[in-house]
Design a protein around this ligand. Structure first.
Ligand SMILES: Cc1ncc(COP(=O)(O)O)c(C=O)c1O
Length: 382
């Protein structure tokens, strides 16, 4: 099947549709978009200006600026216990998002299946399909806190299964896998010879003292593990489009070849600033502040949602999303937009297992969240 035909089969993002609809109304409080409301820390912006002044305005290598690959390698070693050669096992990508198509195109053969715990970030299934693979949704339950178990995986395993996607902290549920959960999945993958693609773009936003654990760090054969990261959510840098993937040398080499024909490289001066950001202690201080604020908001919105009759909700352990069960998600999302002027994404956007839920992003200040919740309560009372 041609790429054109595969593209035809993939639906447009439901989140985009919500944006278009909400742009028709004034004074909408958007809990729809998955991006930090904070500004990029000032010192990181200064580094980008420095890059421009120093003339770092040309192509970089296809696998990314050497300084940035070195900084990513150092970060992975220190924070994730992952050991990746900056010259062979790391590629800088245009946001973490871009890494997925590069990964699947470099790895899957026609008809290969990928297990995707669901509800899930929509890019996974779309990119698996574009690359000729078959996304297999593994539905997770709210009663289990949306945590993946080995039994869930086992039920969907076939002879064509090649890989598992993990995403902790999770978009859209906010669920966080503990070290025990991660170890169980890693063991399952190793027993069945599966690759693990671990999306860790929310790794800095884990609450309640739980430690983020990278699957690659507990693997006995790290050669089948691919870690995707990004500066977007960690440093409020979504528009800079800097992400990365770390994995086995042969896979990274194919991804670099694809990158050559796709964008050649991510933006040079954004890469330079990203390299500096990763090694500047002020960045960690900024992350700490943002994390505390998100946690305050999480506690607030969780408390308010729990009080709404007919909604049920689990407390998310990470990211900046909460995913209550509300009933008819499409109808309620529309009602909230039209009658309360609050934008929230229907859960079915994130796969069949998301049906009945809403995804609310607490990426607005607490006062605004309070107003959004007041409006939601009022609209539902009517
Ligand atoms: C789970 C997850 N992975 C990856 C991304 C990609 O982010 P970016 O391309 O900005 O790095 C997102 C963005 O929303 C996400 O939610």
């Amino acid at each position: 099947m041609s790429l054109h035909d595969r593209l035809e089969e993939i639906p447009a993002s439901g989140i985009r549709r919500l944006f278009e609809l909400s742009s028709k109304y004034a004074d909408v409080i958007s809990l729809g978009i998955g991006e930090p409301d904070f500004d990029t820390p000032a010192h990181i912006k200064e580094y980008a200006k420095e890059a421009l002044d120093r003339g770092i305005t040309h192509y970089t290598p296809n696998n990314g600026l050497k300084e940035l690959r070195d900084a990513i390698s150092e970060k992975l070693k220190k924070e994730n216990s992952i050991f990746a050669d900056p010259d062979k096992e790391i590629i800088v990508t245009t946001g973490g998002n871009q890494a997925f198509l590069l990964i699947w195109a470099s790895f899957l053969k026609e008809g290969d299946e990928v297990l995707i715990p669901s509800p899930h970030f929509v890019t996974y299934s779309a990119t698996v399909r574009l690359a000729g693979g078959v996304p297999v949704e593994v539905p997770l339950k709210m009663e289990n806190g949306f945590v993946l178990t080995v039994d869930d995986l086992q039920r969907h395993l076939t002879e064509r299964t090649r890989a598992i996607v993990l995403n902790s902290p999770n978009n859209p549920t906010g669920a966080v896998l503990t070290e025990k959960d991660v170890r169980a999945t890693v063991e399952f993958a190793e027993d069945h010879g599966l690759a693990v693609v671990s999306d860790e773009v929310y790794e800095s936003l884990v609450y309640d003292g739980i430690r983020h654990v990278s699957p690659a760090s507990v693997a006995s054969e790290p050669g089948r593990f691919i870690t995707v990261g990004s500066l977007s959510k960690t440093y409020a840098m979504t528009g800079w489009r800097i992400g990365y993937a770390a994995g086995p040398e042969d896979l990274i080499a194919r991804m670099v070849k694809f990158q050559m024909y796709l964008s050649a490289c991510p933006t040079s001066f954004a890469q330079y600033a990203a390299a500096r950001a990763l090694s500047d202690p002020r960045s960690q201080a900024a992350v700490s502040q943002m994390r505390s604020e998100y946690m305050r908001r999480r506690d607030y919105i969780y408390r308010r949602l729990k009080q709404i009759p007919g909604f049920s909700v689990v407390k998310p352990g990470g990211a900046f999303y909460i995913f209550p069960f509300v009933g008819d998600d499409l109808k309620i999302s529309e009602k909230l937009l039209v009658e309360a002027r609050v934008a929230a994404v229907p859960g079915s956007t994130f796969g069949a297992a998301g049906r009945g839920h809403l995804r609310l992003a607490y990426t607005v200040p607490v006062e605004r969240l309070g107003e959004a919740m007041d409006r939601i309560e009022k609209a539902l009372d009517r």
